[in-house]
Write a protein that binds this ligand. Sequence first.
Ligand code: ATP
Ligand code: MG
Length: 393
Amino acid sequence: MNDVFLKALPVLQKLTTAGFEAYFVGGSVRDYLLNRTISDVDIATSAFPEEVKEIFQATYDTGIAHGTVTVRENKECYEVTTFRTEGTYEDFRRPSEVTFIRSLEEDLQRRDFTMNAIAMDEHFDLHDPFSGQLAIQNKEIKAVGKASERFHEDALRMMRAVRFLSQLDFELDKETENALGSQIALLQHTSVERITVEWIKMIKGPAVKRAMDLLLQVEMETYLPGLKGEKVALTEFASWNWEKRTTEEAIWLGLVVAVKPTNVTAFLKAWKLPNKTIQLVNKAYQDALNTKEAWLTEELYHAGKAVFSLVNELNVIRGQANKQAALDQAYELLPIHSKKDLAISGADLLKWSGENAGPWVKETLDNVERAVLLNEINNEKNQLKRWLGYHEE
Ligand code: ATP
Ligand code: MG
């Protein structure tokens, strides 16, 4: 048995010893059956949150309202969630209430796809009331129950379907695909944060081209931030070599390069990205549009390592040769890497000139910066002083 499950086994055993049912569920069981690397192990139990907290020494109330208690065991953290059904879905988003229950089968029934609705007990026996294993064998993404109803309950599931297609290189079963076509407009009620998570996972998947074909076929892009009417841009975007991606910022830079929004910041903000990402992508945008074959010294200097590395990454994704090593070396060899590296400061200029502060100080330092950068003068205090026309002491 997989080490990840063996390590988590005591959590199941402690729950069953206390008289409750407990199972591994969700993505970990699916990925185990697919022989994929298992990320996080989720545990479902008949114990109610307060009961879970009595059994384990270290617990955290991460999502207690939804029945999730984080349990620390064997120096790992596990999310232990009480079996639940989700009450009425009022606005196509999230259940308005969750009800804790004692039945595994009902808990599996509220899950999105049959491949995600398999449970594994402490003896590693599988409980699979919706034939999830068969779906996995057939490489099929199939909604649990009636697909259109399930998408109506929570529209994000449509995006999850497309994301799983990309991630697992599966197909959608016919009914699920038809429901996607008919229910897609409900996606407009879904929160952007949840959409962004699925979008990133979709681009990271190996079958991103096929996923994009389906996404465009059902016109999902209409409900994604800033992507309405961008079929051509998205087709080009998806044709790039995303398997060469190493950072998430490259996804966003690629997207703005493909779509060319009039306001890059507003476009990225609509996806609710962290400010750090927005700033970096913005800074890299012009250089990325120019598909830089070669960088001038000054361009490299003003871009900085984070920006030229990101632009290079996107260029690699778009099929250019990787220039990272050469760029790094050229950058290392620059005489300075910021104005702070200059051997003189504004204070020196004021002292030497005896003049008052003013815009001339910055202008002079800019000139010195350029001259030093282009190796017209050494970055040495006395030489710079002489170069500026002041006497040496
Ligand atoms: P990943 O490998 O990307 O984590 P995952 O299947 O574990 O994939 P999660 O988002 O971590 O996906 O969700 C864990 C499990 O919770 C899923 O396998 C599924 O059973 C259930 N689930 C998650 N989101 C939904 C949803 N929107 N509707 C119904 N069930 C869901
Ligand atoms: Mg998961």
